[in-house]
Write a protein of this length. Structure first.
Length: 314
């Protein structure tokens, strides 16, 4: 499997004002933007290209925006180059929907509609039960998990691990008091750096349970397809085998940690070394290098990424 590769797709937090604007000159990408605009009844493309930034950063808009930019870049790439044999796809949180589109398991149209509703449900759950997220760097995930357990017990609030991003980067999520206590505990346990993320929603925590139940109803009416390229899921870090696996994954994902380290290691253990990150920024490429320095991530963000692909891989 040494000549095969994996496609990986970013999640929320990778957005930036102007993302996708240099893709609009490619007919294949423009068709994706036009389809999203028509499906949502708003100019999502203009929001990506021009803002206003606060609207782009509203989770209701951010989620379909990142999905759309990533799919547009994928279509432009595939129209111009032989990408090679894709062994797996994977995405970080929201990016898992893009991975399902790329793997042939859900239509782009259905994915756009679902992530728009996912964003709405998450925002509603966040308004009902406010919280936040904190990135912890420089200590092992087990230490962070123990700090969360202790903080939750001491404060009587919800705080838990949300993302296993790399061996030295773990994100925690939960209610304010619990986050503050857990932050103090990980500092005492030797964390090199603790960063409060610019979000007011406690993603991948029990506070998202109302959103998860709402999403279950939405997903029940969506057509999913088996076969295609295997998608390595966030919750278990292993491929999703059936359409029922996919539905359960997408519901559980909202209240469970993103097992990004396990997902990448699973793919590496199958003999794949090349990872192509498609979408805004290169966050996943940097995490993959930290998970295994022998991995070979390539970032395709916009026209410059397409050009770089042509020069190195085309």
């Amino acid at each position: 499997m040494t000549n095969k590769l994996a496609l990986v797709f970013p999640g929320q937090g990778s957005q930036y004002l102007g993302m996708g604007s240099d893709l609009h000159g490619y007919a294949e990408a423009r068709a994706v933007f036009d389809e999203a605009d028509a499906l949502l009844g708003l100019s999502l493309s203009r929001l990506c290209f021009e803002g206003p930034e606060d609207e782009l950063n509203d989770t209701i808009n951010t989620q379909p925006a990142i999905l759309t930019v990533s799919v547009a870049a994928l279509h432009a790439l595939k129209a111009r180059y032989d990408v090679g044999e894709v062994a797996f796809t994977a995405g970080h949180s929201l990016g898992e929907y893009t991975a399902l589109v790329a793997g042939g398991h859900i239509s782009f149209a259905d994915a756009v509609r679902v992530v728009r509703e996912r964003g709405r449900l998450m925002k509603e759950a966040g308004a009902r039960s406010p919280g936040g997220m904190v990135a912890v760097l420089g200590v092992k995930a087990e230490v962070v998990a123990e700090a969360c357990r202790q903080a939750s017990e001491e404060t009587g609030t919800i705080v838990q691990v949300a993302n296993h991003n790399s061996p030295q980067q773990t994100v925690i999520s939960g209610e304010q008091r619990g986050l503050e206590e857990a932050t103090e505990l990980v500092r005492q346990k030797g964390a090199r750096r603790v960063v409060r993320l610019a979000v007011s929603i406690a993603s991948h925590s029990a506070l998202m349970e109302p959103a998860a139940q709402g999403l279950r109803g939405t997903l029940s009416g969506i057509a999913l397809r088996e076969g295609g390229v295997p998608v390595v899921g966030n919750v278990g870090g292993t491929p999703l085998r059936t359409t029922e696996d996919v539905r359960e994954e997408l519901v559980k994902q909202l209240v469970s940690p993103v097992q990004w380290v396990a997902s990448i290691r699973y793919i590496l253990n199958q003999g794949v070394r090349t990872f192509v990150e498609i979408g805004p920024k290169d966050v996943l490429s940097r995490l993959i290098r930290r998970i295994d320095p022998a991995a070979k991530p390539i970032s395709v963000d916009g026209a410059s990424g397409l050009k770089a692909w042509g020069e190195t891989m085309g």
